[in-house]
Design a protein around this ligand. Structure first.
Ligand SMILES: [Zn+2]
Length: 268
């Protein structure tokens, strides 16, 4: 059976039945980034409890289904605009969580509405990554992705970052070329309705090749599919994509990226 890696899935919002189906479909390892819980946070304690829950409880829950789970910790773009809470949370994250076991990256970070308040926390978290030599998982906003890319390009020009440590997620046909030209890793999120379909992923891979691209489900509270990675692999097989490309985008590239973190302890 094929082996799969889902490098972006919010299991906090998924049921145990999802774990059952994921493990039976060949998903062996997942990365769970910090996300917006769906309602406003009122104090730093809600971040603390959430991060702790992902590191401890979710790792245990995944293991019961033979799945290895790692986490990215961050103050999410949607949470970056609150003051002073976003700063308090970022400090707490840096002091208490980034050195914890299973924390393989800072993420998701980036823009949501694309404004200065978001950018302030985004840049701060990028700096933390750089200082701690950590991986950064960057989310592209749902709307106006090219504008976010232009803003990031300016940030990247002003400060030298190692693009091998940067994963830019939720790419589309509008952004993929730029992401790859920077030398960053590129996430493609496959959703049943919005985001990308397997067919669009196939077109992108046929055009740009499979290097540095990784497919994920980005499954969360909304209409999403925790089996998006095996589903995309199947559609790629049906469309006669190269086996090498299928394996790269649904397993090996995510492995190569996250393996750069010394907290990513799982091995093939
Ligand atoms: Zn997400």
């Amino acid at each position: 059976m094929s082996r799969f890696f889902d490098p972006h899935i919010h299991m906090y919002s998924r049921t145990t039945d999802d774990y059952e189906r994921m493990s039976l479909s060949g998903i062996e390892v997942i990365v769970q980034p910090s996300f917006w819980l769906g309602s406003l946070r009122t104090n730093v304690g809600t971040f603390v409890d959430y991060w702790e829950h992902m590191i401890s409880y979710e790792t245990k829950r995944a293991k019961e289904f033979g799945i290895e789970q790692f986490v990215c910790i961050s103050v999410n773009p949607k949470e970056s605009v609150s003051r002073p809470l976003a700063f308090e949370a970022t400090d707490t994250m840096e002091k208490r969580f980034l050195d914890r076991e299973r924390v393989v990256a800072v993420g998701e970070i980036g823009y949501n509405l694309i404004n200065e308040l978001e950018e302030e926390i985004f840049v701060k978290q990028l700096e933390i990554c750089k200082n701690k030599n950590m991986l950064a998982m960057i989310h592209l906003p749902h709307l106006d992705k090219p504008k976010a890319m232009d803003k990031m390009e300016r940030i990247f020009k002003e400060n030298k970052y190692n693009f091998d440590k940067i994963l830019i997620d939720h790419n589309t046909e509008e952004t993929i070329q730029k992401t790859l030209s920077w030398g960053a890793w590129a996430g493609l999120s496959v959703y049943p309705r919005t985001k990308l379909s397997p067919g669009r992923v196939i077109d992108i891979v046929n055009r740009y090749g499979g290097d540095k691209i990784m497919v994920n489900s980005a499954a969360d509270w909304g209409i999403s599919d925790p089996l998006s990675v095996p589903l995309t692999a199947r559609e790629m097989r049906k469309n006669n994509c190269r086996r090498d490309d299928i394996e790269k985008v649904t397993f090996y590239n995510a492995y190569e990226y996250y393996r750069q973190s010394d907290k990513f302890t799982w091995r093939l």
